[in-house]
Write a protein that binds this ligand. Structure first.
Ligand SMILES: Cc1cc2nc3c(=O)[nH]c(=O)nc-3n(C[C@H](O)[C@H](O)[C@H](O)COP(=O)(O)OP(=O)(O)OC[C@H]3O[C@@H](n4cnc5c(N)ncnc54)[C@H](O)[C@@H]3O)c2cc1C
Ligand code: SF4
Length: 507
């Protein structure tokens, strides 16, 4: 039977389940560049270049293997701009006996796939995406009977199940978690390593020109594009990270420095999310570095926790709770996203630096996302959907299955504690401790109120006052609420007033 095999832009793995029983003599692979995927949120230009260039390089690798490929380019005259109508057209071209694909990563696309059988009259076989450590059903088994879904419990189970960083039944080194050795601020004299970036080749350069032409108004700059777009480049990026940055990854995982957005982070999320690199390869490479004495255990455990733990866990949360999860708004936040999220035009240096690197590289690291842009959105009461769409638009690694739980669950507590045991709310003191941003800021991080006070300070307390009914019973917030209880009503009213004046000045 001739088969039409559909591959999406984040399924660029030769071992993909949809390709397993490929018959090169009879089957056709369909790959589609459709405008809807670039415009349903206005993605960063680098993100569009990354996905289209990686798709075109993957198509080239397939052609070199003698596979029959039907590749619909973005600029093809008869391109209808949407996956479903493109599949309908392909069925009319090829008359396949069946359509085979690997489950899409995103709920919205899964809903489209569900219509294909009736629309095309062709049987559709959707296969499990086994490029993850935990399948969707494996995660659901883990959630059964659990009141709370805490990362730590899931992570330990994954470590045991996959034998990563294990010594028999015990965690390597005797501890599951080395956070006590991590999370340090960056010493002033420590220079982060230079990072391997990949200069655009002819394919990428053509896509850059296409994106400049088709999406000139989208957010972000293209000059610094340097993401891996092939599997060979992704493997080199992994090797480079393991050798030069992994040894300090744990220690300075939460540190922030002006003008140095990458520090010791891996920059591997785009390659992992597109399928150029597998999470297994990344974890095993780190584990091998530890075994060879090239990286300490606290760094390697910290890195493995992010991939084997967080990455798998957020995917499980996403698929277990969608589509209702997208509408969660436990704190009833309704404010519009301030315009400076798109321009970086603000006197708050931490936000200006983070948004600046986001525009320049389509990147900022986890703590910048969580504790700067995310923390501000939480404290300012930005509507979850507004900030969630922003995160989906602006990062090279942004795919809804991983971005949405991180935003709604971790950054703005919109899921009411499904993922996090308390909101990640912090005053300016946290940003000051973990970065050098405050020293060059127009605001004074030490001032709690009045002219020149750091807005994070009074926004933090105003947030706790506003959310008292929802949050005061949370044992992890007992200390700040005890502090608030000691303050006179006039002081609380003044904080709310100062926060309100500041928030009203945003547009
Ligand atoms: C509000 C918010 C939005 C986010 N949106 C995305 C997103 O769209 N896509 C995305 O891949 N990550 C997202 N993250 C998680 C994390 O910030 C990025 O994975 C990381 O910054 C990517 O940079 P890196 O590859 O240098 O990561 P590193 O710091 O080097 O970490 C190594 C790898 O671990 C994984 N990882 C680390 N933290 C997480 C996490 N919290 N959840 C899932 N995987 C994780 C990534 O695959 C990453 O490449 C988001 C986090 C927050 C707080
Ligand atoms: S003083 Fe406040 S606004 Fe300025 S960089 Fe520090 S935390 Fe950010």
């Amino acid at each position: 039977m001739n088969t039409l095999r559909v591959i999406f832009g984040d399924q660029l793995s030769l071992g993909l389940s949809a390709l397993r029983d490929l018959d090169p003599g009879r089957d056709t692979i369909l790959m589609m560049e459709v405008a809807e995927e670039s415009t349903h949120v206005g993605h960063h230009k680098q993100k569009i270049v990354l996905v289209l260039s990686a798709m075109r390089h993957f198509a080239q690798a397939l052609r070199e293997r003698g596979v029959s490929l039907d590749y619909v380019t973005l600029d093809a005259q008869d391109n209808t701009g949407c996956f479903t109508t493109e599949v309908e057209r392909a069925v009319r071209r090829h008359h396949p006996g069946r359509i085979v694909l690997t489950e899409p990563s995103e709920w919205r696309v899964q809903a489209m796939v569900d219509t294909w059988r009736s629309l095309t009259g062709t049987p559709v076989e959707v296969r499990i995406d086994d490029r993850y450590f935990a399948s969707r059903s494996r995660f659901e088994v883990w959630t059964r009977g659990r009141r709370t879904w805490r990362l730590e419990h899931f992570y330990r189970e994954m470590r045991r199940e996959h034998g990563i960083l294990m010594e028999g039944a015990q965690p390597a080194g005797g501890e599951w978690n080395y956070d006590a050795e991590n999370r340090k601020p960056l010493p002033v004299d420590l220079v982060p390593p230079g990072r391997l970036r990949f200069a655009p080749d002819a394919i990428t350069s053509a896509v850059i020109a296409l994106v400049e032409r088709r999406f000139p108004d989208h957010f972000g700059e293209l000059a610094e594009f340097g993401w891996p777009v092939t599997r060979a480049e992704a493997l080199r990026a992994l090797e480079d990270f393991t050798e030069h940055a992994l040894p300090h990854f744990g220690e300075y995982q939460d540190a922030m420095k002006a003008g140095a957005p990458f520090l010791f982070h891996s920059l591997l999320a785009p390659a992992l999310n597109l399928g150029l690199l597998s999470p297994h390869e990344a974890c095993r490479a780190a584990e091998s570095a530890w075994k060879a004495g090239k990286a300490p255990l606290n760094a390697v455990e910290g890195f493995v926790r992010q991939i084997l733990g967080w990455r798998e866990y957020v995917r499980g949360v996403y698929w277990s709770l969608m589509p209702a999860y997208a509408a969660r708004n436990a704190l009833q936040a309704t404010r519009k996203l301030p315009a400076f999220y798109w321009t970086g035009d603000t006197d708050m240096r931490c936000l200006r630096e983070t948004i600046g690197s986001t525009a320049r590289y389509a990147y900022s690291h986890h703590i910048q996302r969580l504790m700067v842009t995310g923390n501000f959105a939480l404290l300012a009461g930005i509507a979850p959907r507004e900030i969630e769409r922003w995160y989906l638009a602006v990062y090279a690694d942004a795919f809804e299955w991983v971005e949405m739980p991180n935003t709604l669950g971790m950054a703005v507590f919109a899921d009411g504690g499904q993922m996090a045991s308390k909101p990640y709310a912090a005053s300016g003191a946290y940003i000051d401790r973990m970065s050098d941003f405050c020293s060059g800021c127009a605001f004074d991080v030490k001032r709690k109120s009045g002219p020149g006070a750091c807005p994070f300070n009074y926004l933090y307390w105003a947030f706790l006052i506003r959310q008292k009914d929802r949050l005061a019973a949370n044992p992890r917030l007992a200390m700040p609420y005890r502090t608030l209880a000691r303050w006179p009503q006039e002081r609380l009213a003044a904080i709310l007033q100062e926060a309100e004046v500041f928030l009203k000045s945003l547009h």
